[in-house]
Write a protein that binds this ligand. Structure first.
Ligand SMILES: [Zn+2]
Length: 417
């Protein structure tokens, strides 16, 4: 048994990796209140899967597609088939949709994928029970993260899972998915059918990957944390190990957004471009209490619309122009300023720094000191200014992105503070 006071280097590294992995990664679209109290975030691919699968049912019902053509989706080598919901969960295991489609068992073997998916299935069973018994804990699937050789790289570069950037990733992959579905439509008319089916499968894999970022966007810890700017700031201000500390800052805020001072999960008040207003919750709380119908139904609707735009290109040759409709559902914060909350509203800076660091497990809490966090908090308004400046630069230079985003969403992020 490992000595908790003097862990081995291997244990420390495992702990360090899993700690960052589980929270910063996207990770845990949901942690039960009890788990949070013990700072033991759980991985929850089951929530991505649930939202993806429900969306497939919804869209196939609406379009009277029976059988639903999204049940088993082959990758390029046809040696592995995916359900759509599982593809939505895979965004935490691959760097790109191309990697998923082209993988021949190199990034993740069939056995490893089976292990990941069987753990997601086990979580999924408890997730459904949480509708009736909200305080049941999801099974701990931390260990499956170790299966991906790229996991540390994935976690340390997971900017795309956080606000604004997740819509950049969604737009990029949803756009590619529609293009592929359109090519599949043309190939279907020209023949041979095999070529069309391959392109359609590729389109669905790309869209499943896109929908990972779409579903992440509904989780309270992913909405206004300036993940990339925190890391850049840490790199410039902490000196040695600055980037690693920057990753921990991201984790710390990810695990603190939506929580009260006494660590009760309250969620974050949000709105969207359609005018809906609701409380969105943290990773691992899809059904574990505090939830209102919109928190579950809006992301399902968004994914259903996302799939429908791909099916429309495939069946009818309709390539969506202008805004991608799913983003109309994506939330932005309507609460008071992020910087103000942690810099002044929550209490004296030293106390807030200690509170924030409370989510870091040993030994990561030794790496990021109280002084480190106090320094960051004092400069948080400047970090948010950097976030806004980066968004403004995207608006000026990425017209293809901005054309796809609802105006209200863009305006909201332009003013994030
Ligand atoms: Zn994610």
């Amino acid at each position: 048994m490992a000595n908790r006071c003097f862990p081995t280097l291997k244990f420390s590294l495992f702990f360090f990796v899993t700690q960052i992995t589980l929270s910063v990664s996207h990770g845990d679209m949901l942690v039960s209140k009890q788990a949070v109290t013990h700072f033991d975030p759980l991985w929850s691919g089951s929530e991505h899967k649930y939202l993806g699968d429900e969306a497939v049912l919804q869209v196939c019902r609406e379009l009277s597609l029976d059988p639903c053509p999204i049940a088993r989706i082959p990758r390029k080598d046809k040696k592995y088939y995916f359900e759509y919901g599982l593809l939505v969960a895979l965004g935490d295991f691959y760097m790109s949709a191309e990697e998923i489609y082209n993988d021949q068992g190199k990034d993740l073997t069939a056995y490893e994928l089976d292990q990941i998916f069987s753990c997601i299935d086990e979580q999924g069973k408890i997730l459904l029970k949480q509708k009736e018994f909200p305080h049941l804990d999801l099974p701990n699937c931390k260990w499956v993260y170790g299966l991906s050789g790229n996991q540390l790289k994935l976690v340390r570069n997971n900017y795309d899972h956080f606000g604004w950037n997740n819509m950049r990733a969604y737009v990029e992959y949803h756009q590619k998915a529609i293009e592929l579905a359109f090519e599949a439509h043309l190939a279907r008319r020209r023949g041979p059918q095999d070529a069309s089916e391959d392109l359609f499968a590729q389109a669905l894999i790309y869209n499943g990957f896109a929908d990972h970022f779409l579903t992440d966007a509904f989780s309270a810890g992913h909405i206004r944390v300036p993940r990339r700017q925190l890391k850049d700031w840490a790199d410039q201000n902490y000196g040695i190990a600055g980037k690693g500390k920057g990753d921990l800052l991201g984790l710390m805020f990810h695990d603190s957004e939506g929580f009260s001072w006494d660590r009760n999960e309250l969620g974050l008040r949000v709105g969207n471009s359609r005018g809906d207003q609701w409380t969105t919750h943290t990773d691992n709380s899809l059904f574990s209490g505090n939830t209102e119908e919109q928190f579950v139904q809006l992301p399902i609707r968004a994914v259903a619309i996302s799939i429908r735009e791909v099916l429309s290109a495939y069946y009818f040759g309709n390539k969506k122009v202008g805004e991608f409709e799913a983003i109309e559902y994506v939330p932005f914060s309507v609460e008071s300023s992020f910087a103000q909350k942690y810099l002044t509203d929550f209490g004296p800076t030293k106390d807030v720094a200690r509170w924030l660091r409370g989510v870091l497990a040993f030994p990561t809490n030794l790496i990021l000191t109280n002084r480190n966090v106090v320094k960051l908090l004092e400069e948080l308004p400047q970090v948010m200014e950097r976030f806004r400046a980066d968004i403004r630069a995207d608006i000026v230079h990425k017209s293809e992105l901005v054309n796809r985003l609802p105006r209200v969403y863009v305006e909201s992020y332009q003013e994030i503070d």
